[in-house]
Design a protein around this ligand. Sequence first.
Ligand code: ZN
Length: 174
Amino acid sequence: MTLTDILGSTLSFVWDIIATVCGFLYDILSKIPISETPWINFIISLLIILFILGIIGYLVDQAKEKEREAEWAVYRAEREAREAKEKAELEAEEKAKQDAENTCPKCHAMYQFVLESKKEIDRYQINKEVWERKANGKDVSRYVKCTKVVEEFTYVCDNCHDYRFTKEETRELE
Ligand SMILES: [Zn+2]
């Protein structure tokens, strides 16, 4: 069986269906006494058939549209679920990291670190570039001296008072 044969039998099958449906509709419509004149009767029948086909086409389109919307809704729900899962995993990871950072390695108490002392360990001056707008609307930069202070903060575990760690922070004096 060649492709042409398959195509031919398919087309003749489709044509048979169309011819049967049309013949059936024509039989019904020709029995309705719309007009005495055959060609007016035929044209009105044709218009009615086209109208019915139009309605069928419209309903098919509507059904397809609904199907597409349903598919889209499923896709959206899946994507939202996936994003929510990823976000939850990320948050859990972040929390685990935070917990680990805030767990005392000696007594394993969590979130018990308190500031014990702080001291200045360094102080230096830098030249900082600052921008200003002149009256003529131009931006010009100049250098000003500013002081940086490095401080060391000592934290202690409030539970066992046996574990300490330090953290350095640099801030700029006003
Ligand atoms: Zn501790």
